[in-house]
Design a protein around this ligand. Structure first.
Ligand code: PMP
Length: 432
């Protein structure tokens, strides 16, 4: 019996699970599976929001950590051999001449570092970001996060940050002309924002505009990177090389916390070249031995198990099956995705019918089909997904990249069961 200490936690996610009427604790995990304290097995189709591209507790990561047990855990990355090897491997696998890595402990820190690097390299203060974006919740990253809900309680944020609509090149060009910005920061696909995919050619157009106006392009691949979208990096779909790329989440194999930004030698030197500038941005635990060992093994596994390609193939299979469900059930407003980063969006069902049918009793479930479906997937079918906070009518799917066709079929059968068992609810015409 696991004692329940949750009330001592300051845990927003525990609250979210509460909204899904889930009160169990997870005690064991392996691959795509997680077990609760009653011994029930769950399929993890959320993968810690894209942090588990390799699945839970991948044996190669555990073995890599075992091997470094006796190495000094140097907390100044530049003194360790493993961080240097990791930096070299990242330089090899990232596009273009990205070759200087700065290691830290999370996605938000990678973004903080990227913003500081851009300001220091250009001498310009302005940063442009996208509406609906998500780059993390520390003050600098939050200043570039285009979400009123997350920003509002913490104002004033950093000066010099201005938003543009996501996916719109004209608006970006007007802003870059007006602001002479240090950087434009963008996600190739907005993940937290609800799996929003920009029009084809957007990122390539962004690259051209940034080059034209001398603005550094920061591509935030914290969620899309490391195979998630079916290529090693999502920016490779449009053959774009950013000036700065941010990575985190899956980089530590889902076990060790590690984030990084990678930039060119030229940008790096402009910002931090010379002894007087060398220590302007550092982090004690950044690139420590354990995190670096996990990350080196992660990159090896991604290639050896061919995970980006698997994500592409299985992502196509998943998306076409979801499109089939959309044809059949009009209350599915949209399905979208690339690789194994997918979203299902529902229309508002007209509250009462859905409430009566699902019979859940919390505030969100009275109003949003997405949260109702996620709740039933979890509690009835034992499949972990999540709804997005800015629109709980959207469900996010980001399973480990080694998920099998059979496991995807289990999810699809569960969705079909939910859509067909609610007495015609999902076949209703959408309200709008
Ligand atoms: N950037 C993106 C694109 C993200 O999705 C996230 C996390 N969801 C972050 C940055 C922040 O990462 P972290 O939670 O590790 O700070």
């Amino acid at each position: 019996m696991v004692e329940n200490h949750k009330t001592y936690l300051n845990a927003g996610l525990a609250m979210m699970m509460g909204l899904l009427n889930f009160d169990k604790q997870f005690v064991r995990a392996e691959g795509v599976y997680v077990w609760d304290s009653d011994g029930n097995r769950y399929l993890d189709f959320l993968g810690s929001y894209g942090a588990l591209n390799l699945g839970h507790n991948h044996p190669r990561i555990l073995a890599a950590l075992d091997r470094v047990k006796e190495l000094p855990n140097l907390l100044q990355a530049s003194l360790g051999t493993l961080p240097a090897a990791l930096a070299k491997n990242l330089a090899v696998i990232t596009p273009g001449n990205l070759q200087r890595s700065f290691f830290c402990n999370s996605g938000a820190e990678a973004v903080e570092g990227a913003i500081k690097l851009a300001r220091a390299a250009t001498g310009r203060p302005e940063v442009v970001y996208c509406d609906g974006s998500f780059h993390g919740k520390t003050m600098g990253a939050l200043s570039a996060t285009g979400r009123e809900k997350y920003q509002k309680p913490f104002r004033p944020l950093l000066p010099g940050f201005s938003p543009v609509p996501f996916g719109n090149l004209d608006a970006l060009e007007a802003k870059l002309k007006e602001k002479t910005a240090a950087a434009f920061i963008v996600e190739p696909i907005q993940g937290e924002g609800g799996i929003i995919i920009p029009p084809d050619g957007y990122l390539a157009g962004v690259r051209q505009l940034c080059s034209r106006y001398g603005t550094l392009l920061i591509v935030d691949e914290v969620q899309t990177g490391l195979g998630r979208t079916g290529r090693m990096f999502a920016c490779q779909y449009e053959e774009v090389t950013p000036d700065i790329m941010c990575l985190a989440k899956s980089l530590g194999g889902g076990i060790m916390p590690i984030g990084t930004y990678i930039t060119t030698d030229e940008t790096w030197k402009k910002a931090y070249g010379g002894m007087d500038r060398a220590l302007l941005h550092t982090s004690t635990f950044g690139g420590n031995t354990w995190a670096a060992a996990a990350a080196i093994a992660t990159l090896e596994v991604l290639y050896e198990e061919n995970l980006p390609e698997k994500a592409r193939e299985n992502g196509e299979y998943l998306l076409s099956a979801l499109l089939g469900l959309k044809e059949k059930y009009p209350l599915i407003k949209d399905v979208r995705g690339r690789g194994l980063m997918a979203g299902i969006e529902f229309s508002q069902p007209g509250g009462l019918a859905a409430k009566a049918s699902f019979g859940l009793v919390n505030k969100l479930s009275e109003e949003y089909l997405g949260s109702m479906v996620a709740g039933e997937l979890l509690n009835k079918h034992r499949i972990i997904t999540a709804f997005t906070l800015n629109n709980p009518n959207i469900i996010r799917l980001e399973p480990p990249l080694n998920v099998t066709r059979e496991q995807i079929d289990i999810l699809l059968d569960a969705l079909e069961d939910i859509f067909s068992s609610h007495k015609g609810l999902f076949s209703m015409a959408a309200a709008s």
